[in-house]
Design a binder for this molecule. Structure first.
Ligand code: FEO
Ligand code: CA
Ligand code: CA
Length: 682
């Protein structure tokens, strides 16, 4: 591979001791008595989230006690297929409430949602965004009934985001564009920018139902919210733009897909397919951009179409076209693509805080960023997949040990980023992307900042294992093992080592779930073992080649994506099947299994099929993604993303009924509960 373009090699790490944040964190953590009680941050237990309590057995539930795995106590719901289905299917005895559908007023003037999609950009900035994805629940003062829900808004369906009309019997979008598909209405573009990002919403449970409350903590973070860069690439020449000539500031977060959380009480949002938004007219597209699949059209947003509008503020539209315009990088937006693809840390408890892009975790199409087992006195590992065909699995290991008595709010700035190589023997190696200790990287990059900005290229150079689109990972609270969804891959590339033992099916239209165990259960280990926990497949597919886990009509799935171990040891699997594979049998869905309850090598086989059960089937043309359990395990929050997503839209979820210009489908968080108030699933 040819040498990359030179970059400034000065030591540019931003120095920021954040004293006020540090003392605030200490105060917050110390007042949480639950932290060392039901929360259980002790050696040998997993911190599932800041303030997310493990379930105690004194409430009549049947949670696992550490040695005794819990048993699922619900029957699989039948598959439901069809675009017109406008509700969700749940097991008998379960019900749901729709929470914060797209457009729900959450702050400011609380502008009401207009069901014809005619809200303005300014109104959208005070409402929930669209395409709900990864989320996490942060209890307030250890409460079971009051907390902050952080919800990602990955994207939107721009054909009906501004509403649509019917002319001569055909649906016509209200999105205004020119003959080249470039948007022409600046307020519509701003509304799309404001429909992305993250919502922080305070919830309170009253009389069994969760409701949005407002105590000054609600917040919208959008694709234009000011952010700062931190870590080794902050201040790098590769981050210089006309907006931030010193390369330390950025605007907005985009395509927020999976999520993570830290034990010091912050939310991590993951920037995935930024290639859908940043574009370039360069021909040929330079390697640094083409390796990230950046091209002239993206996903069709083309927000630079309204550049030069009289209302434009400081290049807010122009920046989405990264074609150099002359001068230096500090004069234009040639580096704007380098501003996305990061893990972004948000303090949900401080609505005035500036989100931080943590460059030490590398720049890829990040899917999730969940920590492994957290043990005081040890470093913390964060696992993150790069979701594209034949991309890699990464982990970041903090340089410092976790000290709950003195939490370091900048812990994500110092550490080592590794990329995974998985060998056919069932072992694997974490290879450090550290220019100081790798001759290949030293020969091809000028600085650690450059390695991190172009982490994909670094992974190529050191021989990482191509994977079948790594999506979410999650950590088994009992064993510390990491489970990882690999959603599918029909673009195997034998020349780069795919298929391989860890991604064996070619093509892989159905996805699988990989399991990783660190050597010595050490988060900083550089060696690990792996096996495959489950293969997605249609129930009637060949058991030797495709349906290798022996799935049945009760649990067949494809496109595993969201993945979440709850504190009791229940593994939840969400699907993004995209209308392929098992779509004739069922829409996208949520399944549950307790790996700790499986005999033998704890993999799914034809002999233990009743262990994997279908909890939910979503409405037509949705994806089921984003999940978290309430502290008392009485509510399971799940996101229904892009219901009815076709043009014209195919259903009116969550309001129900048929869609129409006055009944647009809306992405929605659903709060699932048992009608008898009992614990979910057990
Ligand atoms: Fe946004 Fe990889 O799913
Ligand atoms: Ca996903
Ligand atoms: Ca996906």
């Amino acid at each position: 591979m040819k040498r990359l373009r030179s970059a400034a090699s000065r030591d540019t790490r931003e120095q920021n001791d954040s004293p006020s944040l540090r003392s605030m964190l200490q105060a917050r953590l110390s007042r949480r008595d639950t932290l060392r009680g039901s929360f259980g941050v002790t050696a040998g237990s997993t911190l599932v989230g800041a303030g997310l309590a493990g379930c105690s057995d004194d409430n009549g539930g049947s949670s696992g006690d550490g040695n005794q795995p819990p048993e699922l106590r619900f029957q699989s719901v039948q598959g439901v297929a069809g675009s017109g289905i406008d509700t969700i299917a749940l097991p008998e005895g379960y019900t749901y409430d729709a929470l914060i559908p797209w457009g729900t007023p959450i702050l400011g003037d609380f502008p009401a949602f207009r069901p014809d999609g005619s809200n303005t950009a300014a109104e959208q900035a005070q409402q929930s965004g669209e395409w709900h994805d990864g989320m996490h629940f942060f209890p307030i003062d250890g409460s079971d009934t009051n907390g902050l829900l952080c919800v990602n808004h990955e994207s939107l369906s721009f054909d009906f985001f501004h509403g649509y009309r019917v002319e001569n019997g055909s649906a016509v979008t209200n999105r205004e564009t020119d003959g080249n598909g470039l948007p022409t209405n600046a307020d519509q573009v701003r509304k799309e920018i404001n429909g992305h990002g993250v919502s922080v919403v305070e919830l309170q449970r009253m009389a069994g139902e969760w409701r949005v409350s407002d105590n000054g903590r609600n917040r919208r973070i959008t694709a234009v919210t000011p952010m700062r860069f931190s870590g080794p690439a902050a201040g790098s020449a590769l981050l210089q733009t006309a907006y931030s000539p010193d390369g330390t500031q950025g605007r907005g977060t985009i395509n927020n897909c999976g999520r993570g959380f830290t034990p010091w009480g912050t939310y991590l949002t993951c920037e995935e397919n930024f290639r859908g938004y940043v574009t370039t007219q360069e021909d040929p597209v330079p390697q640094e951009k083409s390796r990230y699949l950046i091209n002239a059209g993206g996903f069709g947003y083309l927000w630079h179409g309204v550049a030069g509008d009289a209302s434009e503020d400081n290049g807010e539209f122009a920046r989405w076209d990264t074609t150099p315009t002359g001068g230096s990088a500090a004069d234009d937006y040639r580096n704007e693509a380098n501003h996305f693809g990061w893990i972004v840390e948000i303090d949900p408890f401080d609505p005035a805080s500036t989100p931080v892009k943590r460059t030490a975790l590398g720049r890829v199409a990040h899917e999730g960023c969940e920590p492994g087992r957290i043990t005081p006195g040890q470093p913390i590992a964060f696992y993150t997949g790069d979701d594209d065909e034949n991309e890699y699995l990464y982990k970041f290991v903090t340089a410092d040990a976790w000290d709950p008595d003195s939490p370091d709010p900048d812990m994500l700035d110092n550490g080592t980023l590794y990329v995974a190589r998985l060998d056919a023997s069932g072992s694997g190696e974490w290879i450090a992307l550290d220019i100081a200790n790798n001759d290949t990287l030293a020969q091809n990059f000028d600085s650690q900042a450059e390695v991190l900005v172009y982490a994909r290229i670094a992974g190529d150079l050191i021989g990482a294992t191509p994977m079948d689109r790594p999506e979410w990972s999650t950590t088994d609270p009992d064993t510390g093992e990491i489970y990882l969804t690999l959603t599918n891959n029909d673009e195997k590339d034998a020349s780069s080592g795919s298929p391989n033992a860890a991604n064996p099916r070619d093509p892989n239209l159905w996805g699988h779930i990989l399991r990783v165990r660190e050597d010595g259960d050490d988060p900083a280990a550089t060696g690990f073992t792996w096996d495959i926990f489950a293969f997605g497949a249609p129930a009637d597919a060949d058991p030797d080649t495709v349906n290798r886990s022996g799935l049945t009509a009760d649990n067949q799935f494809a496109g595993p994506d969201g993945l979440f171990f709850d504190p009791r040891g229940v593994l939840w699997i969400q699907t993004d099947n995209g209308g392929n594979a098992v779509a004739d049998a069922t829409n996208d869905q949520l399944l549950a299994v307790v790996p700790g309850g499986l005999r033998g090598d704890r993999t799914l086989t034809a002999d233990n099929q009743s262990a994997l059960r279908r909890m939910l089937v979503g409405p037509g043309d949705c994806e089921v993604t984003g999940i978290v359990l309430s502290p008392d395990a009485r509510t399971l929050f799940v996101n229904i993303q892009h219901p009815g997503d076709a043009f014209p839209p195919t259903n009116g979820f969550p309001a129900g009924g048929a869609s129409g210009p006055d009944n647009l489908p809306r992405s929605t968080t659903v709060a699932i509960r048992r009608e008898d108030g009992g614990e979910i699933a057990l």
